[in-house]
Design a protein around this ligand. Structure first.
Ligand SMILES: Nc1nc2c(ncn2[C@@H]2O[C@H](COP(=O)(O)OP(=O)(O)OP(=O)(O)O)[C@@H](O)[C@H]2O)c(=O)[nH]1
Ligand SMILES: [Mg+2]
Length: 215
């Protein structure tokens, strides 16, 4: 969509129509806006944003590429630790997707790891650009790790909306994926869990609908 003002329409239309609108939301324009390595998250506009958190290599950057339909808007890598900054991508001139460095990459030095953690924590706890929602990307094969559970605790304590995206579903058979999703949902309790594949785009419409409902 060019930029449909969902808020205005929300005021005018019934909830049922809004659902239809979400269904037709299209990401037509996506561009890199800003890279943050310190704690200056100011953007000079008041556009809403949603953030992508998760373990290194879970596929945060790949999920963003799949959402915007571009192979290389965000750099990805087989080697964990690719993303080192918080990168803001402006979508449809209407909102931002924010790609964060992953946590839990053992090969980083302690000082590098501390820097990453500081960056994430500053954004979660103190930043004045509070995200509308945090999408926690996990590898469906790995499930929720201790670090993910710790992250969920911090996000909840800071009253963030959380959605878990169980990525790399293409790697599992249908029945194995179903079993894994069941397990993850049980552990996630009240948080919704979406199955996803950045490789095949499975779950893309549903994820875009979710994002649209927040921004
Ligand atoms: N099979 C499969 N591979 C995926 C999928 N998503 C990501 N990958 C692969 O997983 C690896 C890591 O992907 P990235 O998107 O760089 O992961 P990241 O979470 O951004 O990693 P960091 O930047 O290190 O935190 C790459 O080799 C991707 O090609 C998926 O849905 N299916
Ligand atoms: Mg990345």
């Amino acid at each position: 969509m060019k930029m449909i003002n969902l808020k205005k329409l929300k005021n005018r239309q019934s909830g049922g129509f809004l659902i239809k609108l979400n269904r037709i939301m299209r990401i037509l324009k996506s561009e890199f806006a800003k890279s943050v390595i310190g704690d200056d998250y100011s953007l000079g506009d008041n556009l809403p944003h949603v953030a992508f958190f998760g373990r290194s290599n879970a596929g945060k950057s790949s999920v963003i590429n799949s959402l915007v339909g571009k192979k290389n808007l965000v750099k990805t890598s087989k080697i964990p630790g690719k993303t080192r900054e918080a990168n803001f991508f402006r979508i449809n001139d209407a909102f931002y997707l924010v790609d964060f460095p992953g946590y839990g990459y053992a090969k980083r030095s302690i000082s590098q790891r501390n820097k990453m953690i500081k960056r994430i924590f500053w954004y979660v706890e103190f930043s004045n650009v509070k995200p509308k929602a945090v999408f926690l990307i996990i590898d469906i094969n790995v499930g929720l790790t201790i670090l993910d559970l710790a992250m969920i605790k911090i996000l909840k304590a800071n009253k963030h909306r959380i959605i878990i995206v169980a990525n790399k579903i293409d790697k599992l058979s249908k029945s194995a994926a179903w079993k894994q999703l069941l397990l993850i949902r049980k552990e996630a309790q009240d948080i919704s869990v979406l199955g996803y594949s950045a490789r095949t785009n499975q779950g893309k419409d549903e994820l875009i609908k979710k994002i649209a409902s927040f921004v």
